[in-house]
Design a protein around this ligand. Structure first.
Ligand code: GLN
Ligand code: ZN
Length: 761
């Protein structure tokens, strides 16, 4: 019985690639030095897989930036503005596309399905001449071969590649990207043939788009692509699908495709796939790659459960037609548990990072082949049992409170326009009130203070005084700028989720549990392992302190339950919705404590609400329903006069506008830097609804300082659709990544623009 791994993290156990990349970008090291680090990382990953006993070891899952960009390079699909002259694509052209250069901006980046990984969006046009311009896949295959390791080269499949692309700027938006299939297939053929010549017998094509809701012409593109590849190459092709179930229609189509010799399924997120396989059957001429080890999480596999899934699959497809695999690439989980020296021993026994998942995959394959490692299985069963019964996991009171929530609706009684009237009597804000989203620049000094406090290098008193000084500076600055609703600037927070997780029960933190977000950027999600509760108030001390420094309203600043959930590694022993309700209760207590402490305006950020949206439309309503309910729970108990704001870091929510309205916040601030027109319909809905809306008036992601005229112009455009009394004036998002010399003039211009427009009303 064989084992397989869909893909592996590239960054290295200690983020070696990140540091090598950044040093190269800063011109502190040479290309040769970067390449040496990369080569060593690849070699150590392959060897690790050999040692773990993995049979089908992937190659070409390494990337200097992103696998979709690698595919763009492979196809020579470089947008003309980068001035590429047609030679083999080197680091310069590659990184110009990824990150921009002195004169050109980077290509657009967007989320990879429902993960927190971002890929570089290909820009395609009918004029583009595709050529085989990057031999990376073949080079990496050969590199492994030289080490004596035969690998399975991995490519992003042709249809998913096109479906993930966008039409280039001057090409009509209606351009059918799939019409380019005929132009790219010959290049896929070339690379597959070259891989075969180098010795590869199996090539993996990742086609995660197969789990999406596909239209019939899209499904036809798959049939076409794989018939073409079958006729023109004689290598075995493994088509990998992941992140969700395969829709039944799609399943029926792909199992019938002759060009495919093996298909991989995600049996973790794809909860219906097993029954589909049972019902429809699986063809005798194909091999089934069963993704039972979760690539999206850090939990140890429940081996005995997985083994029974594998056994039932085996009874359908036959003994030598089943390969044990991961649910998706392991790049979405942390790298190696070995480096977690600070984690509590019991919690650690419940976890498996990528390196441990390799061992799990192999243990399952061996067990299926009749060579079960009894000791390993017994240790795993013991860890699973300890997780089920540990008092650290279960908190009866929290379970009970969360269960009671489900039966009630949780809405504020008074309609939003009445609430706003009552709030205005107290707040007495001018029209077009100005505010910011929360954080002010995070300086080196602030980071030092937080770090030193954490390691007890400075006393609590020193720490509090430093943070207090910082808050005082930020308050004074906002008063000088004449902003209407102030923030304290979040100087005490390292991260908007970690800060709360550290103060809540049920969360654990890793030291090295990094996951690639994009390029060299990684995130270290908290681990939610148990029932969530709030032992004591988390932000009240700072918010009250900040409010005491000014007569203007000071916003309390919280992260909402859905965002905390979506940016963490969430426990898999109860539904996500359940965990969300528990977090919601903890945040509700915090909201009420803030209110009792005299804070009249409270912002509850739901930056990541949209991120949790399931891939399939049929599941959207259910998710949105509990997510929005979770948000409402946090604030449905406040007085009418307490103003609840929420903030979201995206503007493409046309499709979820009704859910946004259903959140019933008093004021919604949203990102708006890139897509004015799209927002129009959202604005109009906002008018009907009556809540305050603050579409960002300038882009904080760029160091560029906007002028007063430019901001005033944007506000007037918004006023053309919106009623004056509901419009707020604020930047796109928090200011923590900016520097004061950018923030001060930008906010000056913003306030000036608001004042200018007030005089014209
Ligand atoms: N309040 C947070 C901040 O300003 C919001 C960050 C976010 O939306 N990502 O930093
Ligand atoms: Zn934001």
């Amino acid at each position: 019985m064989a084992s397989h791994v869909v893909g592996y993290p590239r960054m290295g156990p200690k983020r070696e690639l990140k540091f090598a990349l950044e040093s190269y970008w800063d011109k502190k090291s040479s290309a040769a030095e970067l390449e040496a680090v990369a080569k060593e990382l690849r070699a150590s990953i392959w060897k690790q897989m050999v040692d773990a006993g993995v049979k089908y070891i992937p190659s070409n899952t390494f990337s200097y930036y992103d696998q979709v960009l690698d595919t763009t390079a492979l196809l020579g699909a470089v947008p003309p503005r980068y001035g590429w002259s047609g030679e083999e694509i080197g680091l310069d052209t590659y990184f110009s596309m990824a990150r921009g250069n002195a004169t050109l901006p980077a290509m657009e980046m967007t989320k990879w399905f429902d993960t927190n990984y971002h890929y570089i969006v290909p820009e395609l046009s009918p004029e583009l001449k595709f050529t085989y311009a990057s031999h990376k896949a073949v080079d990496e295959y050969k590199e492994a071969k030289e080490l004596g390791i035969d690998t399975v080269p991995v490519l992003v499949g042709p249809v998913s590649y096109l479906l993930l692309s966008k039409p280039a700027k001057d090409v009509p938006k209606t351009f059918n990207l799939l019409s380019l299939l005929d132009s790219i297939l010959p290049i896929y053929k070339e690379v597959v043939s070259e891989l075969k010549a180098a010795g590869a017998t199996l090539v993996q094509l990742d086609e995660p788009s197969l789990v999406m809701d596909l239209e019939s012409h899209q499904l036809e593109a798959f049939s076409k692509a794989y018939s073409y590849l079958e006729e023109s190459t004689d290598v075995k092709l493994l088509v990998e699908t992941y992140f969700a179930d395969i829709p039944a229609e799609t399943y029926k189509t792909i199992i019938g495709l002759k060009g495919i010799s093996a298909i991989g399924f995600d049996l973790v997120r794809g909860t219906q796939t097993l029954s589909l396989i049972k019902e429809v059957g699986f063809p005798a001429d194909k091999v089934l790659y069963a993704g039972v080890v979760d690539g999206r999480n850090i939990w140890a596999n429940d081996l005995s459960t997985s083994l029974s899934v594998l056994e039932s699959l085996e009874s359908i497809v036959g003994k030598d037609k089943l390969v044990v695999s991961t649910s998706c690439s392991l790049m979405h989980t942390a790298v190696d548990l070995v480096n977690e020296t600070k984690l509590d021993g019991e919690i650690k026994s419940w976890l498996a990072f990528a390196a441990q998942k390799l061992i799990e995959v192999n243990a399952l394959a061996k067990a299926l082949a009749g060579q079960k490692d009894e000791e390993f299985f017994a240790a795993n069963a013991a860890a699973q049992a300890s997780r089920r019964s540990s008092p650290r996991v279960t908190n009866e009171a929290v379970q009970k409170a969360a269960a009671e929530l489900k039966t009630s609706d949780h809405r504020r009684v008074t309609p939003v326009h009445n609430r706003l009237e009552q709030q205005q009597k107290q707040l007495k804000l001018p029209v077009l009130p100005t505010t910011t989203i929360g954080s002010f620049p995070q300086t080196v000094e602030l980071r030092r203070v937080r770090r030193e406090y954490k390691i007890n290098k400075i006393s609590e008193e020193e720490y509090v005084n430093s943070i207090k000084d910082e808050i005082a500076k930020v308050v004074k600055l906002q008063e000088d700028l004449d902003i209407d609703v102030l923030v304290h600037g979040e100087p005490e927070r390292n991260d908007m989720v970690e800060y709360f997780g550290e103060q809540l029960q049920g969360f654990a933190f890793t030291v090295n549990g990094w996951v690639q977000s994009y390029g060299s950027r990684c995130v270290k999600p908290p681990v939610i392992y148990g029932d969530v509760s709030r032992p004591k108030a988390m932000t009240v001390f700072w918010s009250k302190m900040a409010q005491s420094m000014t007569a203007r309203p000071m916003k309390g600043m919280l992260t909402g339950p859905v965002t905390i959930l979506n940016w963490s590694f969430v426990r898999n022993d109860q539904p996500r919705s359940e965990t969300c309700m528990q977090i919601a209760l903890a945040i509700k207590d915090e909201v009420e404590d803030l209110e009792a402490g005299g804070i009249q305006v409270i912002q509850i950020d739901e930056a990541a609400l949209r991120e949790g949206l399931p891939l399939r439309k049929s599941e959207h309503a259910y998710y949105l329903d509990w997510a929005v309910h979770g948000f409402r729970i946090t604030n449905s108990g406040v007085k009418d006069t307490t103003q609840i704001h929420t903030h979201m870091c995206y503007s493409n929510f046309n499709d979820i506008i009704h859910s946004i309205i259903d959140m019933d916040a008093d004021v919604i601030t949203i990102e708006n830097s890139r897509s004015d027109e799209k927002l129009l319909s959202v604005f109009r809905e906002g008018v009907k609804y009556g809540a305050g809306i603050g579409p960002g008036v300038y882009d904080i992601h760029s160091p560029r300082i906007p002028s007063t005229e430019e901001i005033a112009d944007r506000i007037s455009k918004m006023l053309a659709v919106l009623e004056t009394n509901i419009l707020w004036v604020n930047p796109d998002c928090g200011l923590k990544t900016r520097k004061y010399p950018e923030v001060v003039p930008a906010l000056t211009a913003m306030v000036a623009a608001a004042k200018l427009l007030r005089t014209q009303l």
